[in-house]
Design a binder for this molecule. Structure first.
Ligand SMILES: Nc1nc2c(ncn2[C@@H]2O[C@H](COP(=O)(O)OP(=O)(O)OP(=O)(O)O)[C@@H](O)[C@H]2O)c(=O)[nH]1
Ligand SMILES: [Mg+2]
Length: 439
């Protein structure tokens, strides 16, 4: 299977800082606060584009960043939001977090989007910190950082058509006859152990991808003969060609045996997933060249063909070895592929994956990190949301520190510090900030 891969670094734009400003009015030396909010940073967004076929562009350019939000200004002017960057990816792109290996999303439908990195949130201007007790706040909030991560993109090239059949039916021979694929072909079952892909080109506008899947045996849906693995590959193709081996029609009741084989393979598909039976499935009776002189076998085949047609199957008689009968089969396949592609294009675009903005509900953990001879201790408060909160205020600004103090009190951090044993004068670290605890 062709696998295309790329690793990219994505970063949301920084949020703009809130502004500290005051109105200047005639005859009034100190007007009210008027600092506007900062704008939000732009995201990095992945979007499925049907015309993009590979991940090649991403191996040339690896870093993508949303635009930063503008800072707020006086006169309550909000800074502009930063522009988002949209990256077009092919249908079938899987997105993994490179650090954890976790699958973040599967992008399958044209137009589908995924926010790869959230932009930071704009900080609030000083206007927003006015309260009855504080008429003229001299501080504002900084914008928050944009999300930053490394993503691994992988694309499995999806086949339009899967060749299915029992081992030795001639699947590999067929793909070699119709495409540039050169899989191993041999006169024993289980020659093919991994699927092979080949591009079939009937004319310049008529191209599709065929997958030669290893043979399925009875019990495949339970995993027999690596069945699960192969059924998963089959599952991804919208059209099937079911190959039958005409040489098995030689000998008594040969046609009946072929019929049973056909039914039994379909049962395996059904037991794996019901819906597989609803996919268009063309039957190709292969190796006709090998029985052309065997009247009895030919009769068995004629009978088999009638039985299949009575069941609503479209049947083609071919020889993969001599390429006889392949053209009608391939053109019919093309019609079905076209229909499948069109219906895919009309599928509804699922709503974009909702990504929640920075959450504040994460619990925090208080750890003692040092204890000194004089009885004083040093502590660390861990918790992503708390760190982010602290980073958004200027610790040199007395008013901002007071405001933060009240926030920490409201969130129960101060109480919990006391309960954990933090005492007056102890040093407490939150992210990059440290302060002496005062009761
Ligand atoms: N005479 C004749 N022999 C064929 C034809 N197609 C395939 N064969 C032979 O059938 C045998 C099996 O062919 P493969 O193409 O390896 O079969 P397969 O379905 O890929 O088999 P697995 O990979 O084992 O599932 C080989 O010996 C081929 O040469 C055909 O049209 N005519
Ligand atoms: Mg094979």
């Amino acid at each position: 299977m062709f696998v295309d891969e790329a690793t990219i670094e994505v970063k949301g734009g920084e949020g703009g800082d809130g502004s500290v400003a005051f109105r200047r009015e005639k005859y009034m030396p100190h007007g009210g606060p008027s600092g506007g909010d900062g704008g939000d940073g732009g995201h990095v967004i992945l979007k499925v584009h049907p015309h993009v076929k590979t991940l090649l562009d991403f191996s040339r350019h690896r870093h993508y960043k949303g635009e930063r939000g503008r800072h707020g200004e006086g006169g309550r002017r909000k800074g502009n939001d930063g522009a988002s960057v949209t990256l077009n990816v092919p249908i079938g792109t899987q997105v993994f977090d490179a650090a954890t290996g976790a699958l973040l999303t599967d992008l399958l439908v044209p137009g589908q989007t995924f926010i790869a990195a959230q932009g930071g949130i704009g900080g609030r201007g000083n206007t927003r910190f006015v309260s009855s007790a504080r008429q003229a706040p001299r501080f504002s909030e900084k914008g928050s950082h944009g999300e930053e991560r490394t993503l691994k993109l992988t694309l499995k090239v999806l086949a339009d058509v899967a060749l299915i059949g029992l081992p030795n039916a001639g699947k590999s021979t067929l793909i070699a006859a119709i495409s540039a694929a050169r899989p191993k072909i041999a006169d024993y079952p289980f020659t093919t152990l991994v699927p092979n892909l080949g591009a079939v080109r009937l004319d310049t506008e008529t191209q599709f991808i065929v997958a030669d899947i290893p043979g399925l045996i009875r019990g495949a849906h339970r995993g027999a003969g690596l069945g699960h693995q192969f059924l998963k590959h089959i599952e991804r193709a919208p059209v099937f060609i079911h190959l039958l081996d005409a040489t098995q029609a030689q000998g008594e009741h040969g046609g009946t045996m072929l019929w049973r084989n056909f039914m039994s393979l379909n049962r395996e598909l059904k037991l794996w997933k019901d819906e597989l039976l609803e996919r268009p499935q063309l039957v190709a009776i292969n190796k006709l060249d090998a029985i052309s002189a065997d009247e009895a076998a030919l009769q068995e085949i004629t009978h088999l063909k009638q039985r299949l047609q009575a069941r609503g199957c479209e049947v083609f008689e071919i020889s993969a070895a001599t390429s006889e009968g392949l053209q009608p089969l391939l053109w019919r396949v093309w019609e079905l592929v076209k229909e499948a592609r069109e219906s895919l294009e009309h599928e509804e675009v699922p709503p974009p994956v909702e990504v929640t903005r920075v959450s504040v509900d994460k619990p925090f953990v208080i750890k003692e990190i040092a204890r000194y001879a004089d009885g004083m201790s040093e502590w660390e408060v861990e918790g992503g949301s708390l760190q982010r909160l602290v980073e958004r205020f200027d610790m040199e600004n007395y008013e901002a520190v007071l405001h933060l103090h009240r926030l920490l009190e409201r969130q129960g951090v101060l109480n919990q510090l006391k309960e954990t044993g933090v005492r007056h004068g102890d040093l407490v670290h939150v992210g990059k900030v440290a302060f002496a605890f005062e009761e």
